[in-house]
Design a protein around this ligand. Structure first.
Ligand code: KIV
Length: 304
């Protein structure tokens, strides 16, 4: 199956087809999202918060990203897999950044990397693109700078700040990024930037006028207690999972799980031989709250 390429994404944008992107951090989620036809899977450093339980994305390492990136690439046959460059992996000079980007691409098999920052990251984006590494930019509320922003605040709300976010997006496009994530900016600013750029904009909390949308999979599935304003729960997954876990616990405690159908049974002859060899007698009627091993044994023998 042909993988979605960065040129396919540009064509989608040029044809006016909206682009869907979703985060994924493991094999099974990637496989299911891929089968659902999602064209871009982002191994976001949000993994630090939604998978690893940190308070921000800052503690995530290159090794963490590679570990999860590999799993997502194994699960997705068709999607373009983008792996985030985590905090500290590209702030220490372009050579360090190049080494980390090359490691991520080589060790995960992903199709591209994403990094945060506008004007300040433009030169680095240019170098990576020149080296043949497709880069997705990320401007607006860039979570790795949450401490500098003084919290998770909407960006571009004042005229001055709006112009700054627009300049950031433009700088990243001019540096050669194939797409730009716009995070937590007013919808009209998202629309204006989308109009001004030739490459796709992918919004998260940036309104409906972007070329595409990205969501964190835990928000979409309702697995997180918090529901950010920009998110929609397409499943009440938290409630469903909690209820399944409780039902499982009750079934174990009551003896309703496992049944014979969920047990591995012994052939009658083997049972008798064990009894002879070990001078041991199996209980004649191994019944236990719904499990009738003797009955199941007879049944499996009857089936041959
Ligand atoms: O890490 C992430 O999940 C992201 C998205 C929010 C765009 O960067």
């Amino acid at each position: 199956m042909k993988r979605v390429s960065v040129t396919d994404l540009q064509k989608m944008r040029d044809d006016g087809r909206r682009i869907t992107m979703l985060t994924a951090y493991d094999y099974h989620t990637a496989r299911l999202a891929d089968e659902a036809g999602i064209p871009i899977l982002l191994v976001g450093d949000s993994l630090g918060m939604v998978v690893l339980g940190y308070e921000s994305t800052l503690p995530v390492t290159v090794d963490d990203m590679i570990h999860h990136g590999k799993a997502v690439v194994r699960g997705a046959q068709r999607a373009q897999v983008v792996v985030d460059m985590p905090f500290g992996s590209y702030q220490g000079g372009w050579e360090d950044a190049m080494r980390n980007a090359v490691r991520i691409m080589q060790e995960t098999g992903a199709g591209s990397v994403k990094l945060e920052g506008g004007v300040r990251s433009a030169e680095l984006v240019r170098r990576l693109v020149d080296a043949g590494i497709p880069v997705m930019g990320h401007v607006g509320l860039t979570p790795q700078s949450v401490n500098a922003f003084g919290g998770w605040k909407i960006q571009g709300k004042t005229p001055r700040d709006g112009v700054r976010v627009m300049a950031d997006a433009k700088a990243i496009e001019e540096a050669g990024a194939y797409a730009v994530v716009l995070e937590t900016v007013p919808a009209m600013l998202g629309a204006k930037i989308t109009q001004q750029l030739r490459v796709p904009t992918i919004g998260i909390g940036a309104g409906p006028y972007c070329s595409g949308q990205v969501q964190v999979v835990h928000d979409l599935l309702g697995l997180d207690e918090l529901k950010p304003k920009h998110a929609r729960r397409f499943l009440q997954g938290g409630d469903l999972l909690r209820s399944a876990f409780a039902t499982y616990r009750e079934a174990v405690e009551s003896g309703a799980f496992p049944t014979a159908a969920e047990s591995h049974l012994l052939d009658e002859q083997v049972v008798r031989r064990i009894e002879r060899m070990a001078s041991y007698s199996f209980p004649t009627n191994m019944q236990h709250e719904g499990i009738d091993l003797e009955g199941a044994l007879a049944e499996s023998e009857a089936e041959g």
